[in-house]
Design a protein. Structure first.
Length: 116
C-alpha cells in the first residue's frame, strides 16, 4: 500500500509540472533550424550514397598509388609496397605468381584490379 501511495504522489507531482510556454515565433525558429539541419544531413547522405554507387572501374596495379592499393581488401602497407616494387605487371595474376601477395589475397581483389 505504501508503494501505491508513493507512486501516486510521484504521478501527482509530475502532473503538476507543465512544460515551459513558448511563443509561436520561438517554435517557428526552432522548427526552421531543425529542418535546415535535416536538409544538410540528407544532402550529405545522398552524396555519400552516390559516390558509393558510382563505379570507378578496376584499379590499374601498374599505376596505382600505395594509398589506392591499401584501399583494397586485405592489402596492407607492406603488401602495397611489394606490389609497387614489382612493377610492371602484364596481368593481375602475377601478383600471387610472383609472390607479392598470397593467392587468397589475390582472390579477394581479382575483380577489382587490372594490369595495363
Amino acid at each position: 500500500m505504501s508503494r501505491f501511495l508513493v507512486l501516486s504522489l510521484i504521478v501527482i507531482g509530475l502532473a503538476g509540472c507543465t512544460p515551459e510556454k513558448r511563443s509561436p515565433d520561438e517554435i517557428r525558429r526552432e522548427t526552421a533550424a531543425a529542418t535546415a539541419e535535416v536538409a544538410r544531413d540528407t544532402k550529405a547522405f545522398a552524396k555519400g550514397v552516390a559516390e558509393g554507387i558510382r563505379e570507378k572501374g578496376p584499379l590499374n596495379i601498374n599505376k596505382a598509388s600505395a594509398d589506392d592499393l591499401e584501399a583494397l581488401p586485405g592489402i596492407d602497407a607492406a603488401a602495397a609496397q611489394r606490389i609497387i616494387a614489382g612493377r610492371p605487371y602484364e596481368a593481375g595474376a602475377e601478383l600471387y605468381k610472383r609472390h607479392k601477395i598470397s593467392k587468397a589475397e589475390y582472390d579477394r581483389i581479382a575483380n577489382r584490379v587490372v594490369a595495363r
